[in-house]
Design a protein around this ligand. Structure first.
Ligand SMILES: N[C@@H](CCC(=O)N[C@@H](CS)C(=O)NCC(=O)O)C(=O)O
Length: 277
């Protein structure tokens, strides 16, 4: 049984709301780095949180990635958000792919703001443990989220929920391992600072608390420690700055929840069993 009965035909939003809108308003003036973003997009959100956390100056530019305007294609070959336009080059250069952008911003911050989402470079093992978490998020958690949300038949939804919970479990195991094997203070799991894995996973965990709850009747895994982690994440001031109000996500994800044809490149990849774009 799908949790919400009928597709009401809602479309994705084209402007941030709530806290995210306030942040957009503070980042309207041209700077060296323009973030091409879309208000509902989790891949954008992870880059956006990174910019905020690292204290790197940027301006936010909202685009509709499904319409693929020429200015987006110029900075992102597949027409996907997020993308960065680097205005200090002449002519300007660009970068796409959220994970690559995040690494770029980390490198940039290492010689400017000196903030980071990773333990210090003097502790390569601790850094690798966090990267293992991030890798798990990208290869397992993110696809499991979409498979679950796009599943239409009851059986597939049950399997989707199981797989999603299992991928969360895998992340927690990696968190626990890092807690045991390193003394790093980076990462919300150990009540440290916001870290790379939090930023990588955050947008989907957040959407699990609203979109998956609404469309799939999902309940987050029990466990005091896990629930406390999710609370620290979604209420983290830097993360919250990039969050719109719940209605924006519910409306924007109805397309996925009913698996409407041609919803997105991600949705098509999930439907055809291919790797995500
Ligand atoms: N691998 C890309 C994925 C980005 C992505 O799929 N973005 C979506 C919005 S959430 C998009 O631009 N979709 C446009 C489309 O499907 O044509 C990344 O990590 O940056």
């Amino acid at each position: 049984m799908s949790y919400v009965k009928n597709d009401s035909g809602k479309s994705y939003h084209l402007q941030c709301t709530g806290d995210a809108l306030e942040t957009v308003k503070q980042h309207g003036k041209p700077t060296d780095i323009t973030l091409f973003g879309s208000c509902f997009c989790p891949f954008v959100q992870r880059v956006w949180v990174t910019l905020e956390h690292l204290g790197i100056d940027y301006d936010y530019y909202e685009v509709d990635p499904y319409k693929k305007p020429a200015e987006l294609l110029e900075v992102s070959p597949k027409g996907l958000v997020p993308a960065l336009k680097l205005n200090n080059y002449n002519p300007p250069r660009a970068l796409n792919e959220s994970t690559v952008i995040i690494e770029f911003l980390e490198d940039l911050a290492s010689s400017s703001t000196r903030r980071s989402l990773l333990p210090p470079i003097s502790d390569p093992y601790a850094r690798a443990l966090i990267r293992l978490q991030a890798d798990h998020v990208n290869r397992t958690l993110v696809p499991a989220f979409y498979r679950y949300l796009q599943a239409q038949e009851e059986e597939k939804q049950i399997q989707g929920a199981k797989d999603f919970v299992e991928s969360l479990g895998g992340l927690l195991q990696l968190f626990e391992r890092a807690g045991k094997e390193s003394v790093s203070t980076v990462g919300l799991w150990t009540e440290g600072e916001l870290g790379l894995a939090d930023v990588m996973a955050g947008p989907w965990i957040f959407r699990a608390t609203n979109v998956l709850v609404h469309y799939r009747g999902f309940s987050l895994p029990e466990g005091v420690k896990f629930r406390a982690y999710v609370e620290r994440l979604v209420s983290h001031p830097t993360f919250k700055k990039t969050c719109s109000t719940e209605d924006l996500y519910l409306d924007s994800y109805e397309r996925y929840a009913y698996n409407r044809p041609n919803t997105s490149q991600v949705a098509n990849a999930i439907n055809s069993g291919r790797a995500l774009p």
